[in-house]
Design a protein around this ligand. Structure first.
Ligand SMILES: [Zn+2]
Length: 343
């Protein structure tokens, strides 16, 4: 099969389309003929390195994919060859205390399919059937592939961890990434007032068209000063954070007293300074969130499949042009998801 591989860490120019062995399926697994796979930051983190002992070249990643069941392990029941499916990339042991409670993202051995290689940026991928979800007939493979990681992450962060309420003010940072775009849609669905921060006029228009009430361009003004002004000094109830080191202290300062921050990422760095005075005196709550439970995944995918939440596609590249897709992601030009299409 063909895959978008790299033989060493580096930039997008390392990506080549090559023939690699088709994945072998084990017990409880299906071989999926991939129709579309969507990029996440995991793509760039793996490509850029640094290399460690987990790397095995040639390597291909890809954690979000949709496709059709090509083959099933002999022990699998309840699934048929030819069914169109989307894959939940959560990998969990199924035996530990947190798995048994359904909280797979807190599994002791939690991992994300494809993040360490053998992913969906290829013509076939092996996946556990207990992580498959059937697609409604005729549903677009590109939109389906764009949803699993971003939407379950946003759904859990916004609704389960931060418990956003109708009428609350929410500030969404880095508002052109896949999860943040999903968070805008989910926050509006819940009836919140959304402030979004992004980095160009074009991205501002797109955030606004998704329903963001106020959009700030961080290239032309300080977003926290701007939100302070727009909220007449009150600040916001919730900050949805994924930028990390560059925005953490600003996020703390823009909260109203009793406000909360939920973070699901750290694009600009994992170490930030927390102002403990603001934390206790203002009674802030700082919340971490990762991916989603099996319930989170199903709940949000139902909303994607019934059209309530509509994944935003930045661009679609054929597998052969995967290097161009990586280059676009590296330049940070995207708003929404970059998707590879295999067929
Ligand atoms: Zn587990």
């Amino acid at each position: 099969m063909r895959a978008a591989v790299f033989h060493q860490c580096g930039d997008a120019s390392q990506i080549k389309i090559e023939e690699v062995p088709e994945p072998q399926i084990g017990a409880g697994q299906a071989l999926i003929r991939v129709h579309a796979s969507a990029f996440n930051h995991l793509e760039l983190w793996a490509l850029h390195g640094p290399v460690d002992e987990s790397y095995h070249f040639p390597m291909w990643t890809g954690s979000d994919m949709s496709g059709v069941i090509e083959r099933l392990a002999p022990d699998v029941t309840g699934w048929s060859v030819g069914e169109a499916v989307v894959v939940n990339p959560s990998l969990s042991c199924g035996r530990c205390e947190r798995c048994l409670e359904g909280e797979v993202s807190q599994c002791d051995d939690y991992d994300i399919l494809g993040s360490g290689g053998n992913g969906g940026n290829a013509e076939f991928v092996a996946a556990n059937v207990d992580k498959l979800m059937r697609m409604p007939e005729g549903f677009d493979f590109v939109k389906a592939a764009a949803a699993p990681l971003a939407y379950q992450t946003a759904w859990r962060a916004v609704t389960k961890r931060a418990k956003l309420q109708k009428g609350e003010d929410v500030l969404i940072l880095g508002a052109s990434g896949g999860v943040a775009v999903a968070a805008i849609q989910i926050s509006k669905m819940l009836g919140a007032r959304v402030f979004a921060v992004t980095s160009s006029e074009e991205k501002m228009d797109k955030a606004q068209s998704l329903g963001a009430d106020f959009v700030v361009n961080r290239k032309t003004s300080d977003p926290f000063d701007e939100v302070h002004r727009l909220t007449r000094g009150r600040g916001v109830d919730l900050v949805i954070e994924n930028v990390g080191a560059a925005t953490w202290s600003g996020a703390q300062k823009i909260l109203r007293k009793g406000g909360r921050i939920v973070t699901y990422g750290r694009t600009t760095g994992r170490e930030a300074i927390t102002n403990l005075s603001l934390l206790f005196w203002n009674e802030q709550t700082h919340i971490g969130s990762t991916m989603g439970s099996l319930t989170d995944f199903r709940e949000v995918m139902e909303l994607v499949f019934d059209g309530t939440l509509d994944p935003v596609i930045d661009s679609v590249f054929p597998l052969e042009q995967a290097a161009d897709a990586y280059a676009r992601y590296e330049r940070g030009e995207q708003f929404g998801k970059i998707v590879l299409q295999m067929r």
